[in-house]
Every structure is written in structure tokens, then in C-alpha cells.
Design a protein around this ligand. Structure first.
Ligand code: CTP
Length: 214
């Protein structure tokens, strides 16, 4: 089966040399790519800029901005049976990208930000019989409520709740929340182990829906 996996951060440019982004290392997504490959499936990786090398045998598409992630995922999802969205997507971009390098003016600069596309929500709208798994990065005491809201809003089949400590780390602690909004598993450890166990859960609970496909 072909499984679309997004990983890493996106970047939103203010001018040709400066951008907004985040500290995502891409490790969780790349570990899931390894787990999918090890299980004999075909990961289709759409990666933001990270310092990791994708495994050989994996189809990779490099993107930088949310707009690129959006259009590449929209195109590739058509030929995939499911998607796992680990990417730490920038929710906002500067309204304007200035050409060249903005020079100092001696006065404060106001930056206007506009929302970017929600890539996962769009995949959720077009998924049909396919499945999608999102990641919810939550920092406050309403983590579960927020994660379940994202699960429903983005039409996910499961959502993986994790915390900001996961960003840039080699380990993670995740909670899998199923379509009904129930917390069904907690997994912690090295991201490679977490990825393997998450993939096992996805195989057992979601793959059956599309197992008739190649
Ligand atoms: N996501 C996406 N496109 C966006 C924002 C998020 O595809 N513009 C995906 C992420 O890859 C993740 C899920 O949606 O799988 C949830 O991302 P998260 O950052 O936790 O939540 P947001 O939807 O961005 O909401 P908020 O920032 O308000 O918490």
C-alpha cells in the first residue's frame, strides 16, 4: 500500500532570506517512514527542510512552504490508501513576501500574518474510503478536548496526541485517540519504537478498510 507521510516543519518567507518556522526535526515522521517500509508498504514522504536522510527505497518529495506542502499532498494523495500527517505546519505566513532582503529603517516594523491552508483538513475532505491520521501538538490542560476537536474538524480516523517536548527530541510519548474520541493507547520511548507501535495500531485498525487495494 502507498501511504502518504508528511514530516518536518514548513517555512514562511518574509523576504528572500528570512522566514518563520519551528524547531521540528522531522524525526517522528521519518521514523514512521522506516516502520512503514519495514512492514512491506510504500511510504510516500513529503518532507519540509530537515537534516535527516530519507531511507533508500522511499519516494520523497521535498517542500518548503505550507502552500507547497498543500499542493504536493493534494496531488499525491489521489494514489495513496492512507495518510499520516506529522508535519509541524506553519499556521500563518506573512501577507507579503518582499523581494530581496528587507533593510533596517530605524523604526519598528509591523508584520501582518494571514492563515495558511490546512493541509490535513483538505485531505480529510477528499479522503472517501481512505483513512487519515493526524498529530495534535498540545501544550495546555485542554489537550484531549483540543485533540478531539481537531480529529473531528479535520475528519481524521485517529489523532495522535503529543506534547511540545516531542519537538526536536529523539523520544516521544503519544496517545492514540480513535475516531470515536476514545483514548485507546499510550506509547512512549525512542521515536523509532513509538513509530513501530503506532504503525502496528494503524495496521490493525485502519488498513483493513483499504486492504483490497494494492
Ligand atoms: N496541519 C496541517 N495544516 C495546517 C496545520 C496543521 O496539515 N495548516 C496538520 C498537522 O500536520 C497535524 C494536525 O494538522 O497533523 C494538527 O496540527 P496542530 O499544529 O496540532 O494543530 P492546528 O490545526 O495547527 O491548530 P492549533 O495550531 O490551533 O493548535
Amino acid at each position: 500500500m502507498r501511504i502518504l507521510i508528511t514530516a518536518g516543519p514548513t517555512r514562511e518567507y518574509l523576504d528572500d532570506v528570512r522566514y518563520l518556522s519551528n524547531a521540528s526535526s522531522g524525526r517522528m515522521g521519518y521514523a514512521i517512514v522506516d516502520a512503514v517500509l519495514a512492514a512491506g508498504h510504500q511510504p510516500v514522504l513529503v518532507s519540509g527542510p530537515v537534516s535527516l536522510t530519507p531511507p533508500s527505497g522511499c519516494e520523497v518529495h521535498h517542500v518548503e512552504t505550507t502552500e507547497e506542502l498543500h499542493s504536493v499532498c493534494g496531488r499525491l494523495f489521489v494514489d495513496c490508501q492512507g495518510a499520516i500527517a506529522t508535519a509541524a505546519v506553519c499556521d500563518y505566513r506573512p501577507r507579503e513576501r518582499f523581494p530581496g532582503k528587507l533593510a533596517k529603517t530605524g523604526v519598528s516594523l509591523e508584520l501582518e500574518l494571514v492563515e495558511t491552508a490546512d493541509v490535513l483538513a483538505d485531505l480529510g475532505q477528499q479522503k472517501g474510503e481512505r483513512w487519515i491520521v493526524g498529530f495534535a501538538l498540545e501544550s495546555d490542560e485542554f489537550a484531549h478536548i483540543n485533540a478531539i476537536r481537531k480529529l473531528k474538524q479535520k475528519n481524521c480516523d485517529a489523532i495522535v496526541l503529543n506534547r511540545p517536548t516531542a519537538i526536536g527530541s529523539t523520544t516521544n510519548r503519544i496517545e492514540i485517540i480513535d475516531r470515536a474520541g476514545n483514548s485507546v493507547a499510550t506509547i512512549s520511548g525512542a521515536k523509532s519504537d513509538v513509530a513501530r507501535d503506532l504503525w502496528t495500531w494503524i495496521s490493525d485498525h485502519l488498513l483493513a478498510r483499504t486492504s483490497g487495494s494494492s
